[in-house]
Design a protein around this ligand. Structure first.
Ligand code: HEM
Length: 511
């Protein structure tokens, strides 16, 4: 009674409870369902029966990398299906999305608009604007004297979330004095964004229940905050190329300003929903280890490029380019990658536009049939002992010390667990192929600016006691790329004060 499976397709993995077993487990445990199922079966790939249908679950890093590079595995059908439901655009916009012009619009966005507006001069302007905001927030964070009482931040999570929301939305929407930025001018915008983020899965699936209702209310608040921005065409003067180019492409396709506001609720998510938890966990993993703080502090001293003025008003400029941080801060970078490994769990969902064959590293082939739904789970790649070693469940600050992005000829014959080659194959924090995250450089600059500054200029201690108690993971939602802390990181507050020698400092970044 279950789905038919061709012997060339990935082997069927039946649930214990027929028909509904996998669906119920996936709804309950979300991405952890895949991680646990892969661990318990050791399989690289499987066909999972779901009611009368099936999905292909791809767990092995080589197969994932091959799938991410394959053009016939597409995000577009999924986007066309989910967008009207999640955004509630008008009837004419739904018709357009479902027409050939809609298909063209999505392809144009993915292939041209997004990648070109997150590189070169556009990326530089956006990064400079965000980092100027981070600098001013961190400069005014704690009183200038190290002998002053520390600043108490009752929730590290909420503090980091606001810090990045302010900086990133300024970089996206603002212009000059930030009066343009709906997140700075409309007090509804920021809470609505995070409330919607909390219930995004229920909203995307249009589910009944309290979560779905709260999410839909938040969506309408967010749309109400963004609508005047697009109606007044402020997007045309936005600080970022991505806001300008996306709005222009949607308008050119024939959609109204109100529909642009609805479609564009997704942009601040892409720019914030993963960076915030990643920075939060990096902050926790570094500052909860005094020996790591000590060593990373010495490293980031190497990022100081200028120190001007003396006494009360000093300006310190830090160089937070990828090359400078890679070269001068190996332990900080290792912690950053290890944090990514542990908490990035993205499920890359695709539809097979035609019969597609994936090949693993020993040449085994698996057929994915046309029309099939494919889930490639980065969370399984990042958690397989056969790639990372038996200590895969531990956070090891030094794990990536000898890691390199690209291979060097002849150097990497060893591909056993924990080898550079195995790690490189299994480490996919930003996905790959044409959907490789275009925001990765921007996110990196923001996170490194915050971490380098906190390490250099501030003492950070937990609010309760002297031991850091890291919050447990929230359910790893299939809609997020990064694992969040349970209950908004409840219970983790921090106390921050200036370090001696860095009291009167105003921060600046060179990116
Ligand atoms: C550290 C934070 C981030 C992580 C871990 C992350 C992760 C990812 C991953 C894994 C994908 C691939 C999804 C797939 O293949 O289905 C992706 C795609 C994407 N990311 Fe990021 N991302 C981050 C930050 C950002 C930022 C800051 C932006 C924008 C400024 C951004 C914009 C996007 C967009 C637009 C896509 C879709 C690209 C496409 O479909 O072609 N991301 N991200």
């Amino acid at each position: 009674l279950g789905p038919r499976v061709d012997p060339r397709e990935p082997p069927l993995l039946k649930p214990r409870i027929p028909f509904i077993g996998h669906i119920v487990s996936m709804m309950r445990h979300q991405t952890q369902f895949h991680i646990s199922l892969q661990r318990s079966t050791g399989r690289p790939i499987a066909t999972l029966p779901m009611l009368a249908g099936k999905i292909y679950a791809v767990w092995d890093p080589y197969l994932i990398a091959s799938g991410l590079r394959t053009k016939s595995l597409s995000t577009t059908p999924h986007l066309i299906d989910a967008t009207p439901r999640a955004t509630q655009v008008s009837k004419p916009a739904v018709d357009l999305i479902n027409s050939p012009r809609g298909l063209q619009l999505f392809d144009h966005m993915i292939l041209h608009v997004i990648p070109s507006s997150l590189k070169g001069g556009s990326l530089q302007t956006m990064t400079t604007t965000a980092l100027a905001d981070v600098a001013s927030q961190l400069t005014s964070l704690a009183p200038p004297s190290s002998s002053s009482a520390p600043v108490v931040l009752p929730s590290a999570w909420l503090w980091i979330r606001h810090l990045l929301t302010a900086a990133t939305t300024r970089a996206l929407y603002g212009e000059g004095n930030n009066d343009n930025n709906p997140f700075a001018t409309d007090p509804r915008a920021e809470p609505a964004l995070w409330e919607l983020e909390r219930h995004l899965l229920q909203v995307a699936l249009d589910m009944p229940g309290a979560g779905g209702r709260a999410g839909r209310r938040a969506r309408e608040e967010l749309v109400a905050a963004l609508a005047p921005y697009y109606a007044a065409r402020r997007d045309e003067n936005a600080a970022s190329g991505i806001v300008r180019a996306r709005a222009a492409a949607i308008r050119d396709a024939g959609m109204s300003d109100n529909d642009i506001a609805r479609l564009e609720i997704m942009l601040p998510f892409a720019a914030l929903a993963n960076t915030v938890p990643l920075l939060f966990w990096l902050f926790c993993h570094v500052f909860s280890r005094p020996d790591v703080v000590e060593r990373a502090r010495r490293e980031v001293e190497g990022l100081v490029v200028t120190r001007k003025g003396s006494g009360g008003e000093e300006e310190v400029a830090l160089q937070v380019t990828a090359s400078a941080v890679e070269e001068r801060c190996p332990l900080l970078i290792s912690c950053y990658r290890e944090t990514q490994r542990v908490i990035v769990h993205q499920v890359c969902t695709r539809n097979a536009l035609e019969d597609t064959v994936l090949t693993d590293r020993i040449g085994r082939q698996y057929l994915l049939k046309k029309g099939g739904v494919v889930q490639m789970i980065i969370g399984t790649s990042h958690n397989m002992p056969e790639y990372w070693g038996d200590d895969v469940d531990e956070f090891k600050p030094e794990r990536f010390l000898n890691y390199r992005d690209g291979s060097r000829k002849g150097e990497d014959s060893d591909d056993g667990p924990g080898s550079a080659r195995a790690m490189r194959a299994a480490f996919q924090p930003f996905g790959g192929g044409i959907h490789l995250c275009p925001g990765r450089h921007f996110a990196f600059s923001e996170m490194m600016a915050v971490m380098a500054t906190l390490l250099l200029g501030y003492e950070v201690e937990p609010l309760e006691g002297t031991e850091w108690k890291l919050p447990p993971f929230a359910t790893r939602s299939v809609i997020d790329a990064v694992t969040k802390p349970a209950k908004h990181g409840e219970g983790l507050g921090v106390r921050i004060k200036r370090r001696p020698g860095w009291e009167g400092v105003r921060w600046r970044y060179e990116s």
